[in-house]
Structure formats: C-alpha cells, structure tokens
Design a protein around this ligand. Structure first.
Ligand code: 13P
Length: 249
C-alpha cells in the first residue's frame, strides 16, 4: 500500500510571522504519523521560518509553490530551484492552474520547470486539470493527458517515477464545487495508464492527488475513491486545526 499524501498549498497567504504561529498550532494538533506523507507549500518568503519551525519534525515535508526554469540570473522577483532547496524545500509544485491561467505558463514552461526542479535535487508535484469549457466539450482527458505528457517530457523515466501528480480541475479550485469521487477516479485512471506507458513498469507507485475545494467534510470520501492517493488542499489548509484534521483523514 502506498502512503496517502496530504499536501497543503497556502498560495499567497501566511507570511513569516503567521507561519510561525500556524505551525505551532498545527504541530500540536498533528503528532508524527508514519502511515502518511504530509507536505506544506508556504509562500517562498516563509520557507526558512517554516523550516526552522519544523526542525524537530522531519515527518512534515516542505515544498516551494513555484520555481523559475533557470538556475539564477536577471529574473527579478523569481526564485531558482536550488535556492528553494537551500531554503528548506524538497519538493516543487509545478503547473498549478493559477500559474497556467493567471500567469500564462504553458506546457513548455511547465516542462522546463520540472526539469529545473530535478536538476536542483527537488522532486515535483505536477498539477494538471481542465477548465470548465474543456470539460463541457468532453475534452477533459485529452487536456489532462496533454499537460501530463508535456510536463514530464524533459524528465528521464527514473525521474518520472519519483514525481507525484495532482489532478485539479480548474472549475473546482476555490469554487466550493468538488469533483465527485467517480470523476476523480476516471481521470486518475487515465493518468495512471499514461504514466505506466512512460515509466514502463507494472506497479508504478506514483501518487495521484486530487485537488479542488477539498474540505474536512469531503476529504474522506475523496480519499476512499479508487486511484486517489492523496489530496492537494488550498483554502481549507489555511486554518491549522482544519488542516490537522484533514491530514488525519
Ligand atoms: P482549493 O482547495 O482552495 O479549492 O484550492 C485547490 C488548489 O488549488 C490547491 O493547489
């Protein structure tokens, strides 16, 4: 059995001071649990403080929400993957729908960022997901599989075997409208099939997470759905008590 993965994406919330208070409350409510993987993605500016707060809790991993595809240089406002690693991250979120649709990052940029993360020694949670109009046109799987194949196109099969995928339908993010467990299973099954072709192995252990309006109330039914190996949580992870309860699911 794979361990379920519980990932919190704080997006542009919780600066360094708030991070300190949040993690104190969260760690008190969430004792180390070996049967699951917990990852927190704070804003880059809070990573160092988060790393310090988690110094006695190696069971909670830290990730960076975004990296640039170049190592360093004249890219005002950006963060390189090696810098994120230096600040305490071991994972990078790549291809999040807000990066794709608010910041205009397409498949090529996503692929370059995945490669840059691995080059710096980070692993990747690669996000994929269709917009509502794509779903209405019945192109969900075509869109998701295109994003998936493009995202991993610059990785070796051995690197692909180390990533996690997050299926986050754009219409479910921050809307209170969740995909049904059946919807998630259908798309996750297609993702799994595509991954098996790339990695060329029977039992590919790549976790496939669901994200989009996950709450304390729906976490359990989503996690029980076949092929749902974990959850990527935005809004509901901003309250440390609620996040602790979801991570206990
Ligand atoms: P919400 O949980 O707020 O819908 O956000 C999901 C998300 O985008 C996580 O990356």
């Amino acid at each position: 059995m794979k361990k379920p993965v519980f990932a919190a994406n704080w997006k542009m919330n919780l600066g360094p001071q708030e991070t300190r208070g949040y993690l104190k409350t969260f760690l008190e409510a969430f004792p180390p649990a070996e049967d699951r993987t917990v990852i927190i993605f704070p804003p880059a500016i809070s990573l160092v403080v988060a790393g310090f707060a988690l110094r006695d809790r190696p069971d909670v991993m830290l990730g960076v929400q975004n990296v640039h595809w170049e190592e360093k240089g004249a890219f005002t406002g950006e963060n390189g993957a090696a810098m994120a690693k230096d600040a305490g991250a071991t994972v990078a979120l790549v291809g999040h729908s807000e990066r794709r649709h608010t910041f205009g990052e397409g498949d090529e940029i996503t692929a370059k960022k995945c490669a840059a993360a691995f080059k710096a020694g980070l692993t990747v949670v690669l996000c994929v997901g269709e917009k509502i109009e794509e779903r209405d046109r019945n192109t969900t799987q075509a869109v998701v599989l295109r994003q998936l194949k493009a995202g991993i196109s610059r990785l070796t099969p051995a690197q692909v075997a180390q990533i996690a995928i997050a299926y986050e339908p754009v219409w479910a993010i921050g809307t209170g409208r969740t995909a049904t467990p059946e919807d998630a299973t259908t798309v996750h099954t297609a993702i799994r099939r595509a991954l098996k072709e790339v990695v060329n192995a029977k039992n590919v252990e790549i976790p496939i997470l669901y994200g989009g309006s996950v709450s304390k109330e729906n976490a359990d039914s989503l996690l029980k759905a076949p092929e749902v190996d974990g959850l990527l949580v935005g809004g509901a992870s901003l309250d440390p008590a609620i996040w602790a309860s979801i991570a206990h699911t």
